[in-house]
Design a protein around this ligand. Structure first.
Ligand SMILES: Nc1ncnc2c1ncn2[C@@H]1O[C@H](COP(=O)(O)OP(=O)(O)OP(=O)(O)O)[C@@H](O)[C@H]1O
Ligand SMILES: [Mg+2]
Length: 258
């Protein structure tokens, strides 16, 4: 249904943008991330899949430091994630994040949602920020909604605004955590199409999704997680047609045949 054929970007394996080394995290007794090693090249699109509770969201949240880690290192564009303060705010702005629930500011207009971060964090002046916001809203197909409030938009439109808001910060990498799973079926494609276009434009993306059509057509690599570990990584064609681990085989049989 979401199958779109696109030429995938060639990514230089040497140009590392996001690097996780031996990352461990616990929630109390739960070892939620176990020795995670993951390197994402500039321009690469990585889809993360796996059973509920396997640690996919936690992985995303550690990459922009919404969650701390217990051991290991995470670096973005060669810089280790700082502990706190202004350096952390700046680095976090390099990582755009789009959640399942759109998390727009309800009492701000669409345009204000997309200008606010530019003015507060990137210190842009209002006129330039608005100009950029309008350009981005046009790019995601919601330019006509600029003066509305989020509640006046459909879920698909709200999620596209959330993507525009993240892009307004000029992130080096975009994280998407199940961006379409709260949407009605007819709105899923309009969001996936925006993401496809971003991928074609060369954005580095980490996408947690169960949309296998998107994974097949846009991802350079699929990372399969189970029980806090990366169990398997492969090119999408290889992963879907020939998963190696029993965990992946079992997972795929459940999501592909229901
Ligand atoms: N703040 C928290 N405190 C305690 N436990 C947590 C916290 N956040 C997540 N967990 C637990 O960590 C595990 C991994 O959660 P996470 O949300 O990363 O999984 P997930 O792979 O994203 O799952 P889903 O597919 O359901 O979104 C789960 O067992 C969850 O209950
Ligand atoms: Mg999750």
């Amino acid at each position: 249904m979401t199958e779109v054929s696109v030429a995938k970007n060639d990514v230089a394996a040497t140009d590392e943008l996001v690097v996780l080394k031996s990352v461990n995290k616990h929630f109390g007794a739960l070892h939620v991330l176990q020795d995670i090693d993951l390197t994402i090249a500039r321009g690469e699109v990585v889809v993360v899949i796996g059973p509920s509770g396997s640690g996919k969201s936690t992985l995303c949240r550690t990459i922009n430091r919404l969650e701390t880690i217990d051991s290991g290192t995470i670096s973005i564009d060669g810089k280790p994630l700082p502990q706190e303060g202004k350096a952390l705010a700046r680095l976090r702005a390099d990582v755009g994040m789009v959640f399942q629930s759109f998390n727009l500011f309800a009492h701000k207009t669409v345009l204000e949602n997309v200008t606010l971060g530019q003015i507060k964090v990137r210190k842009a002046d209002r006129k330039q920020a608005e100009e950029k916001a309008r350009g981005l809203l046009d790019r995601v197909g919601v330019a006509a909604q600029a003066d509305k409030y989020p509640a006046q938009l459909s879920g698909g439109q709200q999620q596209r605004v959330a993507i525009a808001r993240a892009l307004a910060m000029d992130p080096k990498v975009m994280l998407f955590d199940e961006p379409t799973s709260a949407l009605d079926p007819e709105m899923i494609n309009e969001v996936l199409e925006v993401m496809q276009q971003l991928a074609r434009d060369g954005m580095t993306m980490i996408v947690v999704t169960h949309e296998m059509g998107f994974a097949r057509s846009a991802a350079n690599r699929v990372v399969f997680m189970a029980d806090g570990r990366i169990v398997e990584e492969a090119a999408p064609d290889q992963f879907f047609s020939n998963p190696r681990s029993d965990r992946a085989k079992d997972f795929l049989s459940k999501i592909l045949h229901h």
